[in-house]
Design a binder for this molecule. Structure first.
Ligand code: ADP
Ligand code: MG
Length: 348
């Protein structure tokens, strides 16, 4: 059987790394993105620029590919659902409908009897008055947030006066967890009860943006087992195909909570490129293109640093050791708080 051509919606660094992994497996990729400067066009076989609701452009894209996947979860559900009528979209669009909405996502997780932070829906500013036991809390837009965008820390009710929050959008208010640590689990599901699962990654955020990841995570074995089990339960319940990430909080009393699910490859899994025989990206391609499932083998412990904003200039000049792997996302513009590249270091 000849290999399929894979369409990838979204052209950022995750799209780039998916295209590189596909190329290694002899799979052609076409990237569709609304950003004409999308960096992933440097790594794919073809690039189509168009708006996510430009039907003609979408048709052109869909006609050229056999399977479609995506690198970010905020593509309108209707768009994915329409595409899915002519070519398979994996993971399936219904997964996105749940996960792109923070309330639907948390309801879904709680139905599985998996712990999340306490949360409440907020549609009007005045509603916060009656839920003051949820403070200090984080008010987050229910849709379209990433890297801490659309999030407000509310310590006390008076904070609402100084924060200029647009309440025409829907919000979720989450009780702030006293964090000891954050970890994530990356899992690739191929089919019923068929998985490849990576060990937990320990993550450190600065200003709500991931800054450092490392394996092994320094956690108790009980938490390691519980996090893997919950990630498998979530993937199974969603009948997920491809790579998925579950982000977790560990509080100061060693309680584990699911923070959120990313229905895609994830920043905390970049170190799998160098630390494992098969990366999260390659596993995603293998699962969505129905290629062979290869048993995971760890090559090395590792740490990863995200290179954010202006820091990139230094890393572009730097000389690297053999155990260091620098990835430049080739973004046209340097912006503060923008992920510009990453550095993985293999460690003992
Ligand atoms: P995003 O979609 O932007 O990644 P997250 O909900 O994962 O949003 O929040 C980003 C980061 O902010 C988390 O990784 C964590 O460090 C911090 N954070 C978010 N929610 C909470 C919370 N309820 N309690 C404590 N820290 C939180
Ligand atoms: Mg997150």
């Amino acid at each position: 059987m000849s290999k399929p051509t894979l369409g990838i919606i979204g052209g950022g660094q995750l799209g780039s790394m998916l295209a590189i992994a596909a190329n290694k497996l002899d799979i052609k990729t076409i990237i569709f993105c609304d950003d004409i400067d999308a960096p992933a066009q440097n790594f794919s076989n073809e690039f189509i620029h168009g708006d996510y609701n430009d039907q003609n452009k979408i048709n052109e894209f869909v006609n050229k590919v056999d399977i479609i996947t995506f690198e970010f979860e905020n593509i309108p559900f209707e768009t994915l659902n329409e595409i899915n009528k002519s070519k398979p979209v994996l993971p399936k669009p219904s997964v996105n409908r749940i996960i792109q909405h923070r309330l639907a996502e948390k309801d879904f997780i709680n139905k599985l009897n998996i712990r999340t932070t306490r949360y409440v829906s907020i549609e009007k500013k005045s509603e916060i008055d009656s839920v003051q036991d949820m403070l200090p809390g984080l008010l987050k837009t229910t849709t379209l947030g990433y890297d801490g965008k659309g999030q407000y820390l509310i310590q006390k009710i008076e904070d609402l006066e100084t924060l200029n929050i647009d309440f025409s959008k829907g919000y979720i208010l989450e009780k702030l967890v006293k964090l000891k640590k954050e970890i994530s689990i990356i899992i690739t599901r191929f089919d019923n009860k068929k998985y490849e699962i990576y060990e937990p990654v320990e993550n450190l955020h600065e200003e709500q943006i991931l800054k450092y990841s490392k394996i092994p995570a320094e956690i108790e074995s009980k938490i390691l087992e519980q996090s893997k089990l919950w990630a498998m339960q979530i993937a199974e319940e969603l009948k997920y195909v491809g790579t998925l990430c579950v982000e977790f909080f560990i509080d100061r009393n060693d309680n584990l909570y699911v923070n959120e699910i990313a229905p895609r490859v994830h920043n905390s899994g970049h170190l799998t490129i160098n630390a494992y025989n098969v990366s999260q990206f390659e596993n995603h391609i293998r699962a969505v293109c129905k290629l062979e499932q290869v048993a995971l083998k760890k090559i090395s412990n590792a740490k990863m640093k995200n290179i954010i904003g202006n820091e990139i200039s230094f890393y572009r000049e730097k000389k690297y050791e053999q155990n260091e792997f620098f990835f430049d996302y080739l973004k046209k513009e340097i912006k503060s708080k923008r992920k510009m590249g990453h550095l993985t270091t293999l460690i003992k």
